[in-house]
Design a protein around this ligand. Structure first.
Ligand code: GLY
Ligand code: MN
Ligand code: MN
Length: 473
């Protein structure tokens, strides 16, 4: 594909067009093109949409922010396109705080700004974005980054105002102020909007359930296609690709890079190279989550026996991890500390590895907060994190609100213990080396206790074997 560009344009030339002028792919626009390109287009009619479902929820969140920052001018940027290489960019993905406070998600525009202008009674809130240029401009036909001729229809100010239920203005009308508090520049505002996401409202919970349901379909797809993965020298890529197809067709994207870790790769906690073979007799650990169009994501791990059945030792490790997950789930209830969930899982991991003779100390010694921790060699990561628009949601929340905070109804978090025995770890018997298992579920806390949103995806060793037999029958 070649990008046309020429300084000799109808209206003002955009920066992108100027850059293009200097490229070796320059194709000057002859006068006949310039004389005719802005004419011959049907009148644009636009029927304004009704406000989208998340609009009232986003408005309530904006009210909370406004009350906490009376008299201050606040700016919440969507972020900009990021260059991948040369003139290609990564797909745009808005900042999570921006999406949370606007409801504008997969369809949001790069460089947009949500601005809280202080008034006597609170704030006037305006969403600034680059409205589509009309067809008399060079942007329309020559700007490959934002021109509608290149990337397709872009939204109008009136359309977005109706869709999101917020006042809109053109980005060119925004002027930064020296006292502005800006998300990601101002610590207090950044922390506030991160902590605002700790408790999910009913819209968010419905979206999380949807993301989990699509992710479950993605796991079904992967299992059905496992024979194709086994037959391919880079079978892990087949697994990643099959899940990606589901993520793109039924959602926006994945909430994070899929981990398709077969055999000893499962012991690398964030194995995303995914270039290995998938070999019968091994386990494959798949950690994947669909990000819905609303940008809420699931984060689910299942570990499967590639052949369809666990060996005795694989099953022992797998069921131990499940025992740790079940203990963590049992510990989770409103009012207990978030970290109690991790501690419950760790207790099982320490006790079982001690029983297997793997630890150099007793389970009790390993669980000592200061002098212990020997079992963490085999599970170095935490058991839980908040989940939402970000896979590791609420990342700027204070520790006392997060790890040391209390579980509350409306929180969504993972439970994801694991056991990982590296291929060259001589502290463990040979039969364990190269085995990595993680089971990860997405949990909603309610007043009545935890609900496992991903419980329908088979979890026990027996259920996993039956699932694989069913899917591949
Ligand atoms: N998928 C990353 C995590 O489980 O935290
Ligand atoms: Mn996770
Ligand atoms: Mn995960």
């Amino acid at each position: 594909m070649s990008t046309p560009a020429d300084g000799d344009t109808i209206a003002e030339t955009s920066d992108a067009a100027v850059v293009e002028e200097k490229t070796n792919r320059r194709q000057p626009f002859p006068q006949g093109f310039l004389d005719t390109i802005s004419t011959g287009w049907a009148e644009r009619t636009e029927s304004l949409p009704a406000a989208r479902a998340q609009a009232p929820y986003a408005a309530a969140r904006r009210d909370t922010v406004s009350k906490a920052f009376a008299g201050k001018r606040l700016v919440v940027p969507a972020g900009s396109l990021k260059q991948r290489s040369n003139d290609t960019d990564y797909p745009f993905r808005a900042h999570s705080a921006f999406t949370h406070l606007t409801g504008w998600a997969a369809d949001s525009e790069p460089d947009s700004l949500l601005v809280f202008e202080p008034t006597a009674g609170g704030h006037d809130v305006t969403l600034y974005f680059r409205e589509r240029a009309d067809r008399t401009t060079a942007e329309f036909y020559s700007d490959a980054t934002i021109g509608e001729f290149w990337i397709g229809p872009r939204p109008s100010l009136a359309g977005v105002a109706a869709d999101l239920g917020v006042a809109t203005a053109h980005l060119d009308d925004f002027a930064a102020g020296s006292d502005d508090l800006v998300v990601d520049d101002d610590d207090e505002l950044t922390r506030f909007v991160s902590e605002l996401r700790l408790i999910k409202d009913e819209y968010e919970i419905a979206e999380m359930k949807h993301a989990v349901a699509v992710t479950a379909s993605g796991f079904d797809d992967v299992i059905r296609d496992l024979p194709r993965a086994i037959a391919h020298p880079r079978g892990e890529r087949i697994v990643e690709g099959v899940f990606h197809q589901r993520a793109r067709s039924d959602g926006n994207w994945e909430g994070y890079d899929t981990i398709a870790a077969s055999g000893p790769h499962a012991c690398y906690l964030h194995w995303t190279r995914n270039d290995g073979a998938v070999i019968p007799g091994d386990l494959i650990l798949i950690d994947a989550g669909v990000e819905a169009d609303s940008l809420y994501t699931a984060d689910i791990t299942r570990t499967l026996p590639v052949s369809g059945t666990f060996t005795e030792v694989q099953r022992r490790v797998y069921e131990t991890v499940r025992e740790a997950a079940d203990a963590a789930f049992a510990a989770a209830r409103p009012g207990v500390k978030f970290r109690a969930v991790h501690e419950a899982a760790m207790k099982v991991i320490a006790e079982r590895t001690a029983e297997w003779g793997v630890l150099p100390v007793s389970a009790e010694e390993a669980l000592d907060a200061d002098k212990g921790g020997q079992q963490r060699r085999y599970m170095v990561h935490g058991t839980s994190h908040h989940l939402g628009i970000d896979v590791h949601d609420c990342a700027q929340a204070r520790r006392e609100m997060y790890y040391d905070g209390e579980l509350k109804a409306g929180m969504v978090f993972t439970i994801e213990p694991g056991l990982y025995f590296q291929i060259d770890d001589v502290t463990v018997p040979e039969e364990l080396r190269g085995i990595g298992v993680r089971i990860e579920d997405d949990i909603l806390m309610t007043e009545d206790g935890p609900v496992n949103l991903s419980a329908d995806i088979p979890r026990t060793a027996d259920e996993v074997e039956a699932w694989m037999a069913r899917a591949q029958a």
